[in-house]
Design a protein around this ligand. Structure first.
Ligand code: HEM
Length: 203
């Protein structure tokens, strides 16, 4: 499989980025939600946020590389037969996911560095505070971070449902091409669409 995308297929780099980042995004949301309910005396009270922040920074780096790769590549057109409104909706949804991720990471950075402390990434390197001491910075950035994270999860749920609809109802190649199987040029995905005489000759 090619590394780069084509007009009709995702290359392996985009596919690896997609499937590595998707569980990390959902995992970070789950960790963030869980760690907010911990009491001060819980051993995870400090450790949870440290891990959440460190993975968040690694995810930001991955996102920037992914976006650079995306803009250096063509983006595959929608699978043939996809109605125009769905193509436009998908474009907005994908753009919205990228923008929400960037905004969530920016607000997370502003929460963590509000008091001037750097973010340590598993003691490998640290990201210094830059914008600090804005009025109510930690609280306001925290509210924004939480609202945007829930919005992202809603959008991702819709996105996954749309992928399922393509796969199980429309039975087209949209989901499979994100798994490295681009399907047929007409957008169909399986041998059911081959002429029946091909199947009967095997007898
Ligand atoms: C946190 C989870 C997820 C995130 C952040 C995410 C994000 C994205 C983004 C940004 C794109 C556009 C790629 C591009 O730049 O062209 C995309 C494409 C895609 N995603 Fe996801 N995704 C997630 C989960 C899922 C899940 C769970 C599924 C399937 C059940 C899925 C199926 C797809 C498919 C099929 C495409 C290609 C759509 C097309 O060809 O138009 N994604 N995803």
């Amino acid at each position: 499989m090619a590394a780069k995308n084509s007009e009709s297929a995702y290359g392996w780099v985009a596919i690896v980025f997609h499937w590595l980042m998707a569980p990390v995004v959902i995992g970070l949301f789950a960790l963030g939600w869980w760690m907010r309910q911990l009491s001060y005396y819980d051993p995870w009270y400090r450790q949870g946020p440290e891990i959440h922040k460190a993975i968040g920074i690694l995810l930001l780096i991955a996102l920037l590389v992914r976006l650079a790769w995306k803009f250096l590549n063509v983006s595959p057109a929608a699978v043939p037969g996809t109605p125009r409104w769905q193509t436009v909706a998908a474009r907005f949804a994908h753009g919205g996911i990228y923008l929400l991720l960037l905004a969530i990471m920016t607000s997370g950075y502003l929460i963590s560095t509000a008091d001037g402390r750097a973010i340590s990434v598993f003691d490998l390197f640290s990201v210094p505070a830059t914008l600090q001491g804005l009025p109510n910075q930690e609280d306001i950035a925290g509210e924004i971070h939480e609202i945007l994270a829930w919005t992202l999860m809603g959008l991702v749920a819709l996105h996954a449902l749309a992928a399922m609809k393509h796969h199980f109802i429309d039975r087209d190649a949209t989901l499979l091409r994100m798994l490295g199987k681009p399907g047929n040029p007409d957008g169909s995905r399986d041998s059911k669409h081959q002429p029946t005489e091909n199947l009967s000759t095997s007898k």
